[in-house]
Write a protein that binds this ligand. Sequence first.
Ligand SMILES: [Zn+2]
Length: 175
Amino acid sequence: MNASPIARDGRDAAPDAVSPAPAQTVQPSCPTDVAERPVKQAVKRGWRRRCPNCGAGPLLRGYLTVRRDCPVCDEPLHHHRADDGPAYLTILIVGHIMAPLILWAFVKFRPDPVTLATAFTIGCVALSLYLLPRLKGVIVGIQWAKRMHGFAQAPEHATVHAAEHAPVLARPVSS
Ligand SMILES: [Zn+2]
């Protein structure tokens, strides 16, 4: 038979009843403390492949590479973690547009299969190339507006130099 937990607790708690230590109030850099960033505006600027902060500087270098900083307002842009998001959204949108369209075109016009395949291949590639950098801008804009990843302007993590962890060399033996 087990002893009643209440009785055991009561017997144990009485002699050494220690009030719990007050919770320490730590003030981390909380994203909710800072001003909100307009998501809609950042999305629109991202779609235009512009910096989500100023709307003037180019977001991308080349076709798809996000710049490290905005050349106009110096806003750091390298914090983004778009990863596969733009490609996923591009496939999602292109697929949902082209799949019904190819069925409609086949039923309506009954084209030669080579013609149909050629037309839709060009259409899919062109639409994907159009959407991909714009959707990347949209995702970077959302991440910037929501202060995701490093966009909360938290202090950069201190770089731990390898020298600090260098192994201690054996002292030379003095004779
Ligand atoms: Zn900018």
